[in-house]
Design a protein around this ligand. Structure first.
Ligand SMILES: [Zn+2]
Length: 295
């Protein structure tokens, strides 16, 4: 391993230990932002759904720990780690990550979208830890109350705003990825993560899923599915990807993503996307809305 790689790995461990010291559960990430340790079950058939009960490392976000000795052991087993993930939704902070994507090509301003939501729902976005991503986006760190589980979501609040909650993770500041380094925004390093405003918390915890309806009738699900397809079909050139991704996320969150995938693809192709582009956007929506994104 080159010296720079070793330095990057050492720095990643240093940053991870510092986060752990502040009560944030961490685990090693590779330069692709995925867990650096491979699953001990990767060759098992049929696939095993283990969240670490076997006692071995390699379970993604389920490896996350605040214990310094365990953090060191995880990084020792992952010499190619260049960063670290911080598990969201776990005590004491119950971190909620508001991931604001900056999509300049599509003119999609998620910061303005969040401010709009704040005005509409009467909350103030508190001063809090903010991490700048290599692509120009930012992660706001908020804390949640006990007894409330915030699910992961992608684009549900507004296009370009993803939420990392229970079972999700954030790339920690100081991590290096193939796209560059994650760093703390100037002036936010000294701040503790601020409590999530109540009104925002209500937006982040969606109502229970709709029940299934008897066959032969138009269920709310199929009506909603048709609405999503129309939404994609009506996209102008600059919105095609964003709209498709948003619609696919909604469909997956409500449990009919796979059923709607073909109709969404067809609608997206009509707006001028290639089938490959459409399938990729839908697959990415499926991945991001999955309750267990790292398994
Ligand atoms: Zn296991």
């Amino acid at each position: 391993m080159a010296t720079t790689d070793r330095q990057t790995a050492t720095l990643a461990l240093t940053h991870a230990l510092s986060a752990a010291e502040h009560g944030l559960p961490v685990f090693p990430l590779s330069a692709t932002k995925l867990p650096a340790l491979r699953s001990p079950h990767r060759d098992e058939s049929p696939p095993v759904h283990c969240r670490g009960a076997c006692g071995l490392p390699g379970h993604g976000v389920h490896d996350a720990t605040t214990d310094p000795a365990t953090v060191r052991a995880l990084f020792a087993a992952a010499p190619r780690a260049t960063g670290y993930g911080i598990a969201c939704g776990r005590p004491p902070h119950r971190l909620i990550g508001i991931d604001l994507d900056i999509d300049t090509t599509h003119g999609n301003d998620s910061v303005a979208a969040l401010q709009h939501l704040a005005l509409q729902h009467l909350f103030t976005i508190p001063a809090t830890v903010t991490v700048l991503t290599p692509s120009g986006g930012r992660h706001l760190w908020l804390t949640g109350p006990s007894g409330v589980s915030v699910p992961n979501s992608a684009g549900r609040l507004a296009p370009g705003i993803d939420v990392r909650g229970a079972g999700g993770y954030l790339v920690g500041p100081g991590s290096v990825t193939t796209h560059g380094r994650y760093r703390l925004a100037p002036g936010t390093a000294h701040l503790p993560p601020a409590p999530c405003p109540r009104a925002l918390l209500r937006l982040l915890t969606p109502p229970p899923r709709p029940h299934r309806h008897p066959a032969g009738r138009t269920s709310p699900t199929s009506r909603q599915g048709e609405g999503l397809v129309q939404f994609v079909r009506a996209a102008h050139e600059g919105q095609r990807n964003t709209r498709l991704f948003w619609a696919a996320c909604r469909a997956y969150e409500h449990g009919f993503g796979d059923a709607l995938a073909d109709a969404l693809t067809e609608a997206a192709i009509r707006t001028g996307l290639t089938e490959q582009e459409a399938r990729a956007a839908i697959a990415s929506a499926a991945r991001l809305t999955s309750p267990r994104p790292n398994s």
